[in-house]
Design a protein around this ligand. Sequence first.
Ligand SMILES: NC(=O)c1ccc[n+]([C@@H]2O[C@H](COP(=O)([O-])OP(=O)(O)OC[C@H]3O[C@@H](n4cnc5c(N)ncnc54)[C@H](OP(=O)(O)O)[C@@H]3O)[C@@H](O)[C@H]2O)c1
Length: 343
Amino acid sequence: MPPKLLITGATGLLGSHILRAAQENWHVVGTYHRTARRQAQYFFGEIDHGRIDLGDYSETKAMIADVQPAAVIHTAAITDLDYCEKYPDDSQRINLNAAIDLAALCSDLDVPFIFTSADLVFDGAGAPYTEDDPPTPINVFGEHRALAEEGILAAYADAVIARLPLLIGYASLGRESFYHKLVSSLRNEQEVTLFGDAVRTPVSAEVAARGLLQIAGSGFEDDVNVLETERVVGRLHLGGRDRISLYELGLLTLRILGLNERLAVPVSVLDTYAGHFQTHFLAARSANVALDSSRAYDLGYDPPAFRSQLEDLLPEAWRAPDHDNEPSDDFQSLDDAGDSTDD
Ligand SMILES: NC(=O)c1ccc[n+]([C@@H]2O[C@H](COP(=O)([O-])OP(=O)(O)OC[C@H]3O[C@@H](n4cnc5c(N)ncnc54)[C@H](OP(=O)(O)O)[C@@H]3O)[C@@H](O)[C@H]2O)c1
């Protein structure tokens, strides 16, 4: 029997990618919250365990006692920044308290616990950020991620705090991820305004999922015997190798699809602060939160070039036949994370 991997948030963008990638080597147990069991089964097949409110400590404790996992990847969260800003108590309950509770329960079992934190613990003024840089959150979501990191390490010093970059991919269950919405609008030839100074180090949800499984399994070795290999612990950045703004992400997508580059319209995060550009956002957005992920690269995390990750997500059938899809000269600077993208 393979070791049991518990994935919280198994119906989410990241959790669903981990769920699929983990089947090969693990006995996978997943949890979710609002999704109906029937719906989850339709998309993912039978998932051991199922619905739970991780904000309810007694439910969580009973679930851990029942599952007895060999490792846990905690992706369940409220990820809507503006919702967190409007309902900070909900955010605190799930994004902070539930994460610390789960870490403490995993500490009791002495099993690997991986918390999926975010580049948004940083304000954007000091990129690229290493694991040693202190968090500087500027919205409720970022603040609760940062406090959770601290609380988790206090409850369980051997926990892993995996800070993830912007994740690119398609969600299951008919939900629309950020990238799904972007691609749909661009393919419908609708103009999209995108921050030219919001620089990230994105990876696909699939690449992040595989990185997290490497950590859960054996600290970047091939086999998954969690008991016999040295565990990765502490903070670890799992960013991609390319630094790219959201506007450049739009441009790159348009180039791959062979569509008119004018559909992507650059705006500035700083302009929203100054009131020069109105948005419906409640939560402040960070500008450049590029992650320095050298520690993970040294351990064996090896995200492919970002363009090739995007090409995997954009089927040939979507590409306009009469356009040259090769990158233009100015694009090369994106592929090698040129300084032009790093304000
Ligand atoms: N997406 C990104 O670009 C990104 C970037 C950096 C870091 N991350 C981190 O990656 C993790 C996953 O993000 P994601 O985008 O995959 O999230 P997501 O798509 O919004 O999914 C969230 C998951 O959490 C579950 N959940 C929510 N409230 C719950 C509760 N009270 N009890 C139990 N489960 C609950 C949801 O279940 P139901 O759907 O069934 O309600 C869903 O499975 C988060 O920790 C986030 O900070 C994501």
